[in-house]
Design a protein around this ligand. Structure first.
Ligand code: ADP
Ligand code: ADP
Ligand code: ZN
Ligand code: ZN
Length: 859
């Protein structure tokens, strides 16, 4: 791609070979909105993030921390010959499934610190109370925390039922589950024996006084320990004052749990301790986490906790008069007060600054959020927009912003605001690089870089780099077909609803007692602007009510093992009330099921969360096809002669795997400033197995060779093995033929993970009677991939299953059987069903903000 242009205006990439990139040379203009397009897996992210952004990062780290050099080398620098004209880069990537530390909208955007300053400097104080410093309005600072609950907002204590889950057990059988295990457990049992307690009677037979003392005492007696001896024997030794094995210190279960939770350095220990804690709201601060003096200070009649609990839209309305110079001391009743001119000026300045920052957020359609909203409850798209808004206020210039599908999670009406924000960043002198599938965004690009033509090995080339119109000439491009509408897209046959699954009186977040009906055996799309209540209805209420009905645990839309934890008292900068709002969302859904409930016998959530968190899980293991492969290896004469069973060929079992990396093929590398990274294992170089295991071959391949095959190649290699072939064929049909069997789960994109889950489900569709729930399944998918996804979901419906999808892609919505549109607005302005019916019916609904876009999608 050589075009004559002034050198300094372009970033020139030469010889890029990261992942599947095929020695790519490309010139990309600066100070433009550049969109990277191509089917899922074609190499867009490998170019934009894996090469350009990674190289900018590497240069940055080299300049600020030369000692990091060795570590950077170990993880690998981007595979690229050279890049010239590269400015500093900022990535605004969506971290799917990444666990976020407990923080809030206010702390992520740093608006919290301004609010604290506002209260400190301009709040109205009770008569006689001295001014407080800004830090005294932070519950995470000892100066500000409520002294009763130490800023947690809740009081955590233990009770017998949680400490001793099974009271039929004896102390020897670990009746006190909260106590530590291993040596400590033995130690405590020996101490109790020395104290005269019988550790072999069931817990419930012990006297209440004894039980209470063991669980709750604050005493920590030191006693002689005669390790491992029975009570009678210990008593004899004590009487005769024999020298003990050692002196041991007793600690009650309560003291142990509280101390571990408060002081342990280990997140795992803390987590374990937290399981035994029961929380109740703090009676002193009512869950607001701050000391009484801080809560006594008001601004516009609100304490700081109530202030940060307001939706940003309301906050902006409240601040506007102050920014215009109103009297901060006037109070909610408008009573006049004598405020010094200086204080009023300070209030004005801070209110103006706050309004600017809040405006960046509301401008991106996030006005329904509050400052105290905990970030783990936000969607990846919301979080990305939060970070984008922070960048908008930071006024950097000369930077490359690299964004990953910013339209994800956005209603077409919201996308307009996002594009306007990107335009402002560009106008400020920055380059905007976006990996995007949304056709409306692609049409707004100044420049397109189309990668392809297909995925994986069949992609990795730059098919086109230039102004959008020029792509029309590029035959090989899939993007061209969709952008210029030369091909008609496949249609599906609509189904007419017969039976309904009804949700009555649903209350959850902003849904206030609504009724909703989902047609059984149909594909339903739930639409609405961001914050209108789609996830509340589908990913929360529907999932919870149906799973409760089926008597199964709600498929978790959160992090693995996402039990509610008390907020971490050691977390970084945080907001008053973040704990209180975390409690709100723990509140369960209210509502009932009605209608053809009996026709749903199974519930499956198909999300884009990674299929595993370590390189240990991969395509082959997740889909179960590896079991068949291992059996084939165990049946070879070479394996039989060595007495190798199928377990020998598992990299999760010690006997066959490489001892250095324990079968991961990678070793973890800890990097200063950077997230955990993986480097190839120095012993097996990624093979995962030890040399004895690798000595066995099946049809000339070692087990490591098999893991290195693509799905497509494996279809040929295992053509004669139906058990292995079937899952492989499903993967190929679903468009994942380019993936390698052993590709670690950590390298798969969200869209790939979702499709693997769908493929695994597709093998089971004969069941029928299953309700599939998907939250924005088109995220990360090129229009060509979306067509394929529609076919797959249609196969679920044809097999008698019900599919409910939260979706923004109007082409997809238009091809559904039924549409439920929520709104009309976000937050308190949303939460109602504006329209429901066939796509045509909803497209005619005047009150629906979705209607005009849906009408376009139907055309
Ligand atoms: P896109 O952004 O176009 O969806 P990617 O750049 O993410 O595509 O992926 C291009 C190819 O590189 C795919 O085959 C993908 O599976 C592979 N890939 C992605 N990440 C990694 C990685 N960390 N290691 C190895 N291969 C990867
Ligand atoms: P959508 O899925 O349409 O974007 P949501 O259902 O996520 O909308 O949000 C609807 C409303 O409920 C918004 O005002 C949002 O801030 C609020 N909300 C959603 N999830 C939570 C939560 N976990 N805690 C508190 N409020 C929430
Ligand atoms: Zn308190
Ligand atoms: Zn190894």
């Amino acid at each position: 791609m050589k075009t004559p242009h002034p050198k300094h205006d372009f970033i020139e990439v030469r010889g890029a070979r990261e992942h599947n990139l095929k020695d790519v040379d490309v010139d990309i203009p600066r100070n433009q909105l550049v969109v990277f397009t191509g089917v899922s897996g074609s190499g867009k992210s490998s170019l934009a993030f894996g090469t350009i952004y990674a190289e900018a990062q590497r240069r940055y780290f080299e300049s600020v921390a030369p000692y990091a050099r060795r570590l950077i080398d170990q993880v690998g620098v981007p595979q690229v010959e050279r890049i010239t004209g590269l400015p500093p880069a900022v990535a605004l990537q969506q971290q799917r499934g990444a666990a976020t530390a407990r923080s809030s909208v206010g702390s992520v955007t740093t608006i919290s610190s301004l609010v604290r300053m506002l209260y400190s400097r301009t709040g109205s104080y009770p008569p006689g109370q001295p001014l407080l410093a800004a830090t005294e309005f932070s519950p995470n600072m000892p100066q500000g925390a409520c002294p009763h609950c130490h800023g947690l907002g809740r009081l955590y204590d233990v009770d017998e039922a949680t400490l001793v889950p099974d009271d039929a057990l004896t102390l020897r059988e670990r009746a006190v589950a909260a106590w530590p295990g291993a040596w400590q457990a033995q130690n405590l049992r020996d101490i109790l024996t020395s104290l005269g307690h019988d550790i072999d009677v069931p817990w419930r037979k012990l006297p209440k006084k004894t039980r209470d003392w063991i669980l709750f005492t604050d005493e920590q007696p030191q006693v002689p320990v005669y390790a491992g001896l029975p009570l009678r024997e210990v008593q004899r030794l004590l009487r005769t004052e024999q020298p003990p094995s050692y002196m041991g210190t007793f600690i009650s279960a309560r003291r142990y749990v509280l101390q571990t939770f408060a002081a342990s350095q280990s997140a795992m220990m803390k987590r374990k301790a937290a399981q035994f804690l029961v929380g109740t709201p703090c009676p002193v601060c009512q869950g607001k986490r701050l000391k009484p003096q801080a809560l006594a200070v008001t601004f516009a009649g609100l304490d700081i906790a109530d202030f940060t609990h307001l939706p940003l839209d309301d906050l902006a309305a409240l601040l506007a008069p102050f920014a215009a110079g109103a009297d901060a001391d006037a109070g909610a009743d408008g009573a006049p007060s004598r405020l010094s001119a200086e204080k009023q000026l300070v209030a004005q300045r801070i209110a103006q600054e706050l309004l600017g920052r809040i405006g960046a957020l509301t401008g991106l359609g996030l006005g329904y959020l509050s400052l105290d909203r905990a970030t783990p409850t936000l969607s990846p798209g919301e979080l990305q927009r939060l970070r984008l808004a922070t960048q908008l206020s930071s006024q950097l210039f000369g930077v490359v912003y690299v964004l990953d599908e910013p339209s994800a999670g956005l209603h077409p009406a919201d996308s307009e605001a996002l594009l306007a924000a990107l335009d402002r960043l560009k106008a400020a002198g920055n380059s905007i690089f976006v990996v995007e599938h949304d056709l409306a965004t692609i049409r707004r690009a100044d420049w397109l870089v189309d990668v392809g033509p297909d995925a994986g090995e069949r992609g990795g080339r730059v098919l086109y780099s230039g102004a959008p119109a020029g792509l029309a000439e590029v035959e090989a491009s899939h993007t061209r077909r969709y952008l210029f509408g030369s091909d008609s897209r496949p249609q599906r046959t609509r189904r007419t609803p017969r039976d309904w699954l009804q949700l009555l009186g649903v209350q959850r977040n902003n849904l206030r007692g609504i009724d909703a009906a989902f047609p059984i055996g149909c594909l339903t799309s739930v639409t609405g602007v961001s914050g209108s209540g789609k996830s509340s209805l589908v990913s929360q209420a529907l999932l919870e009510l149906v799973s409760a009905h089926l008597g199964q645990r709600a498929p978790q839309a959160e992090e693995e093992g996402g039990a509610e934890l008390p907020p971490d008292a050691t977390a970084g900068d945080d907001d008053p009330g973040a704990a209180a709002s975390a409690q709100d969302d723990a509140g369960a859904t209210r509502g009932t099921l009605a209608g053809a409930v009996r026709q749903i016998r199974r519930l499956v959530l198909v999300d884009q969360k990674p299929i595993g968190r370590t390189p240990r899980s991969n395509l082959a293991t997740y889909t179960g096809l590896f079991d068949g492969v291992r059996k084939l290896f165990a049946a070879t004469p070479a394996a039989r002669a060595r007495h190798f069973d199928a377990g020998r060929f598992s990299f999760n079992i010690a006997k066959g795997r490489c001892p250095t990396c324990e079968g991961e093929g990678f070793v973890k590398v800890e990097l200063a400033f950077l997230p955990m990274a993986y480097a190839p294992c120095p012993t097996c170089h990624g093979a995962r197995y030890n040399s004895e295991t690798l000595a066995v071959t099946w049809n000339g391949m070692t087990i490591a060779d098999v893991l290195h095959l693509t799905v497509e190649a494996a279809c040929e290699a295992f053509a004669g093995e139906p058990g292995v072939l079937r899952p492989l064929q499903v993967l190929r049909e679903i468009g994942l033929g380019y993936l390698r069997l052993g590709q670690p789960a950590t390298e798969l994109s969200g869209g790939e993970a979702q499709r693997i889950k769908l493929a695994t489900e597709l093998q089971r569709t004969q069941h029928g009677h299953t309700l599939y729930v998907l939250d924005e399944p088109t995220t990360g998918l090129h229009p060509a991939d979306i067509d394929r996804l529609l076919l797959q979901l249609d196969a679920f419906v044809q097999a008698g299953n019900t599919v409910v999808v939260v979706e923004h892609d109007m082409h997809f919505v238009a091809r559904s059987d039924w549409v439920i549109d929520l709104g009309p607005g976000a937050g308190a302005q949303g939460g109602s069903i504006v329209a429901s019916g066939t796509p045509e019916e909803v497209a005619r609904e005047a009150a629906s903000r979705t209607a005009p876009y849906l009408a376009a999608g139907l055309a």
